[in-house]
Ligand binder design. Structure first.
Ligand code: SAH
Ligand code: SF4
Ligand code: F3S
Length: 451
C-alpha cells in the first residue's frame, strides 16, 4: 500500500482560560460566559499559556481583590509580549469599577467588559480578532433584567448543584460598598423565567439550586410589587421538582415573617439563612447606612429561630469601619457571643472610591484591624467547634456534592443547614442523599460515617 504524506494534526479549536474572583454571582457569570463561548466553539484550558483568549472575571469589593488582579496582569505582560496574538480581557466588577483605567495601567489588555455586557463576550472577542484594539464595554442597562437566553448554555461547575440568578444589582447603598456601582440598579427576573430554569435543572438531574441576588429579599420590588421573594420560594417549592432550594444573600431590612413561614413550611427550602449584620454597634450601623438597629436584628434572629426549627444563621462582619472604637468593637464581640452564629465571614474595612464612606478618614490602623479580625475569628471558631461537637453521635441527611481533596474515596456533602460533612465511602456517592452518623466535630466541618 502506498504511503500518504504525513499529516500534521493541528488543533484549531479556540481555547479560553478564565480565572474567577469574588462572590457566587461572579462565579455564575463565569459559567455563563464559558457557556456562551462554548457555543462559539471555544474549549476551556487550565493555563494562560495554552489559551488564545485569557479572561479575568474580577471583584472590586475590597482593595485586596483588585490588587490581586493588577499583579496577575503584571505577570501576563511578558506572555503577551511574546504572543501578541493572545487576547487578554478583564470582565466583572473591577472592569465595571475601573473602566478605561485598566488600559492606562495595563496597556497590554485588549478588552474591558463590565457586568452589564458580559453576555456580548463572544462578539467582543471576535471584534478584537478582526483587528479592533482596546475595546471598552461597560454599559449597564439599569432597566432591564438579564435575558433568559444567556442562561441556557451556562457551563455548570457541578453536576449536583447550580446557581440561579434571580435578580441583578443592588439598591441598598451601604456606605462602604461598591457593589451598587459595579452591578447597577436592582433588576428582578420574571418569576416564570426562574421557575422554567429551575424546572429545567431538575429535569437534567440537578438536586439543588441556590438562588442568587445581592439582596434576594428585595426580589420583585422593581416588578411592580406583585411578586415577592417569599412567594417566589413558595412557587418554586410547589411547582418544581428540585430537591433542595437555597438562597443568598438576605438583607435584614427586607426579611419578612412570611419568609420565615415559607422556610418553615416549604420542604424543599433548606434551613439556612445568611443574614449579614456587619457590626454590633448601633452608631456604626447608622454610619454604614444599614437601616436597622442591633435590636431589630436580634428580634429577627429570634423570630427565624423560633419559626424555623433547626435553622442555621450565618453572617458577615466588618471590623475597623471608620471611627470604630474599642468599645464598639467589643459590642460586635458581645453580639457574636450572644447570637452564636453558626458561621461568619469576617472582613477588614477597605475604603472604596465612590462610596459614601470613602469620604470618612480610614482612621483605624491596619494593626488594630488585624487584631480585631483575629479576636473575632477566634470567637467565631470557638462557637462553631462547640456547636459541631454537640452534634457528635447524631444522624444527619446530607447531599453529596463532590470528592474531598484528600482522595477518591473521601466525599463532601452538606446537611440542609449548610454544615459540611466529610466521610469515607467506596463506590459512587456523587449527587446522592446519604444518612451519616457524626463521629467528630471540627471547626469548619463534621466527620461522619454513612449509615
Ligand atoms: N449583597 C451581599 C454581598 C455583599 S459583599 C450582602 O449584602 O451581604 C459581601 C460582604 O463583603 C458584605 O456583607 C460586607 O461584609 C463585605 N464588604 C463589602 N464592602 C466592604 C468593604 N469596603 N470593606 C470590607 N468589607 C466589605
Ligand atoms: Fe453592598 Fe449593602 Fe448591597 Fe450588600 S446590600 S451588595 S453590602 S450595598
Ligand atoms: Fe461579587 Fe465582588 Fe462584585 S463580591 S458582586 S464580585 S465586587
Amino acid at each position: 500500500m502506498e504511503k500518504g504524506p504525513d499529516v500534521i494534526m493541528q488543533d484549531l479549536t479556540p481555547k479560553v482560560y478564565l480565572q474567577t474572583y469574588g462572590c457566587q454571582m461572579n462565579k455564575l457569570d463565569s459559567e455563563v460566559m464559558l457557556g456562551l463561548l462554548a457555543k462559539e466553539g471555544y474549549r476551556c484550558v487550565g493555563r494562560p499559556e495554552e489559551a488564545d483568549v485569557i479572561l479575568y472575571n474580577t471583584c472590586s469589593v475590597r482593595e485586596h481583590a483588585e490588587d490581586k488582579v493588577w499583579s496577575e496582569l503584571g505577570f501576563l505582560r511578558a506572555l503577551k509580549k511574546e504572543h501578541p496574538e493572545k487576547i487578554l480581557g478583564i470582565t466583572g466588577c473591577m472592569a465595571q469599577n475601573v473602566k478605561e483605567l485598566v488600559f492606562k495601567r495595563a496597556p497590554h489588555v485588549d478588552l474591558v467588559v463590565g457586568t452589564g455586557e458580559e453576555h456580548r463576550i463572544a462578539e467582543l472577542i471576535e471584534g478584537i480578532r478582526q483587528g479592533e484594539r482596546q475595546t471598552l464595554a461597560v454599559e449597564i442597562d439599569h432597566g432591564r433584567a438579564p435575558d433568559p437566553a444567556v442562561f441556557q448554555t451556562t457551563q455548570r461547575g457541578s453536576q449536583v448543584k447550580a446557581w440561579v440568578e434571580i435578580m441583578a444589582g443592588c439598591d441598598q447603598m451601604c456606605a462602604y460598598c461598591v457593589v451598587p456601582f459595579t452591578r447597577g440598579r436592582e433588576r428582578s427576573r420574571p418569576a416564570r423565567d426562574i421557575l422554567d430554569e429551575v424546572k429545567g435543572l431538575a429535569d437534567r438531574g440537578f438536586k439543588e439550586v441556590t438562588l442568587l441576588g445581592q439582596n434576594v429579599n428585595a426580589y420583585g420590588q422593581d416588578l411592580g410589587g406583585e411578586e415577592d421573594f417569599a412567594e417566589l420560594l413558595h412557587q418554586l417549592n410547589q411547582r418544581s421538582a428540585i430537591s433542595r432550594i437555597r438562597f443568598l444573600t438576605s438583607h435584614p431590612n427586607n426579611a419578612t415573617s412570611r419568609l420565615a413561614q415559607v422556610m418553615a413550611e416549604a420542604e424543599r427550602v433548606c434551613e439556612h439563612l445568611h443574614l449579614p449584620v456587619q457590626t454590633g454597634s448601633d452608631r456604626i450601623l447608622k454610619l454604614m447606612n444599614r437601616g436597622y438597629t442591633v435590636d431589630d436584628y436580634r428580634s429577627l434572629v429570634d423570630e427565624f429561630r423560633s419559626a424555623v426549627p433547626g435553622i442555621s444563621i450565618t453572617t458577615d462582619l466588618i471590623v475597623g469601619f471608620p471611627t470604630e472604637t474599642e468599645e464598639e468593637f467589643a459590642m460586635t464581640l458581645d453580639l457574636v457571643r450572644e447570637l452564636e452564629f453558626d458561621s461568619a465571614f469576617l472582613f477588614k474595612y477597605s475604603p472604596r472610591k465612590g462610596t459614601a464612606a470613602y469620604w470618612m478618614r480610614d482612621d483605624v490602623e491596619e494593626e488594630i484591624k488585624k487584631r480585631r479580625h483575629q479576636e473575632i475569628l477566634a470567637l467565631v471558631q470557638e462557637i462553631s467547634l462547640r456547636k459541631h461537637r454537640a452534634q457528635e453521635g447524631s444522624e444527619v441527611e446530607i447531599l453529596v456534592e463532590r470528592h474531598a481533596r484528600k482522595g477518591p474515596q473521601t466525599w463532601v456533602g452538606r446537611a440542609r443547614d449548610f454544615r459540611k460533612v466529610v466521610f469515607r465511602g467506596e463506590g459512587s456517592y456523587l449527587g446522592r442523599f446519604v444518612n451519616v452518623r457524626i463521629t467528630e466535630g471540627r471547626v469548619d466541618h463534621l466527620l461522619g460515617t454513612p449509615q
